[in-house]
Design a protein around this ligand. Structure first.
Ligand SMILES: Cc1cc2nc3c(=O)[nH]c(=O)nc-3n(C[C@H](O)[C@H](O)[C@H](O)COP(=O)(O)OP(=O)(O)OC[C@H]3O[C@@H](n4cnc5c(N)ncnc54)[C@H](O)[C@@H]3O)c2cc1C
Length: 314
């Protein structure tokens, strides 16, 4: 069914890119877990917009689920995989940032955040430094409203261009009330973020590079890349009075292990894949940590990382 849907779709457009059936998603997530995508499609930049518009509307008509994949840095994909089509945005990326006459720049959704940081720095544009070292894509960062070192990507936004539910290209102007801690207006909707228009400003190249290096070194020293993970597992909550990682650490839960997944020995809020973890192991650690925190403090931890649901056994 899905094979013929894809074949029919590809006859109606000059498709270029990659199509992979039963592709293990462990290859596409920073946690290195996840079962197969029924089909993973990574259209080239040349056909991305036209293809994505067609795909979104045709899939909707045929009741075929679409999952949009950025850098896979905030995901735990179920061991049973993802049914339907995984649309990989990775090839829809920039190699140069074009500045509009009003000074803003537009970055394509599939551009790796670190690439965008480096491109801005190469053009002596300041404003993206705080994102240095953040895994994932610009689309994913906007969707999650990624936040680091006291800034969020929303702080830089002027507008976001999306393909909406009907496949139309629409520019959504930035409104502060639409964004918050780990919140953007695109969550729980079926839209595809195509690009972000951001306000950067001229800076001193050496200062920008220094700041970027500082953030990258800080993440490295904190051990963030030592094991596969998705960064912080749970949200922080001002009502807790301290960061979630500190609460988990104070309960002695660092190192707690289920199968191949463990609370990292260096940060209470980072769960790691010690080598052979599966999504079920990560779920088991999450459940245990949440239960122990609830029992000890009464706090309900809220997930920051997105878990795709396990598929029913056929
Ligand atoms: C070592 C490490 C450190 C991290 N540090 C931080 C940190 O400091 N701050 C922070 O905020 N996060 C952090 N993270 C988490 C992660 O980097 C961010 O959440 C990132 O923004 C996710 O982007 P992504 O492209 O990988 O999204 P994905 O994981 O691919 O997707 C996340 C969600 O966004 C949706 N999505 C992705 N692209 C699009 C699009 N174009 N259109 C519509 N929906 C889309 C997906 O469907 C999914 O629901 C860290 C992760 C790791 C592994």
């Amino acid at each position: 069914m899905i094979r013929s849907f894809i074949e029919t779709l590809h006859k109606s457009i000059d498709f270029s890119g990659t199509v992979l059936f039963d592709e293990p998603l462990s290859r596409h997530t920073t946690f290195r877990v996840g079962g197969p995508a029924e089909v993973l499609v990574r259209p080239s930049a040349a056909c991305f917009q036209e293809y994505a518009a067609l795909l979104l509307s045709a899939a909707r008509r045929h009741g075929i689920p679409i999952f949009i994949l950025g850098g896979g840095a905030n995901l735990v994909v179920a061991d049973s995989g993802i049914k339907g089509i995984v649309l990989d945005t990775g090839s829809f990326s920039d190699t140069v940032l074009t500045q509009a006459s009003d000074g803003s720049i537009s970055v394509r959704a599939g551009t790796h955040v670190n690439t965008a940081v480096d491109l801005a720095a190469a053009q002596a544009l300041s404003g993206f430094e705080f994102l240095a070292g953040l895994p994932g894509s610009i689309g994913g960062a906007v969707y999650m409203n990624a936040q680091c070192y006291g800034h969020s990507i929303a702080d830089t936004l002027e507008s976001v261009t999306i393909l909406n539910e009907t496949g139309a290209l629409v520019s959504i102007p930035f409104k502060p009330e639409d964004y918050g801690y780990k919140r953007s207006p695109f969550q729980n909707s079926q839209v595809l973020i195509m690009s972000a228009r951001c306000r950067l400003h001229p800076g001193v190249s050496s200062r920008i590079q220094e700041q970027i290096a500082e953030y990258r070194t800080d993440r490295l020293h904190k051990g963030q890349y030592r094991f596969p993970s998705a960064g912080s597992m749970f949200k922080n909550n001002p009502a807790f009075g301290k960061p979630t990682g500190m609460i988990i650490a104070a309960l002695g839960l660092r190192g707690l292990q289920r199968g191949g997944a463990a609370v990292s020995p260096f940060h209470g809020n980072i769960i790691i894949n010690t080598g052979q973890a599966c999504a079920a192991d990560i779920r088991a650690v999450v459940a245990e940590v949440a239960a122990r925190v609830k029992a000890a403090t009464g706090f309900d931890l809220e997930l920051e990382v997105i878990f795709t649901p396990e598929l029913p056994v056929q």
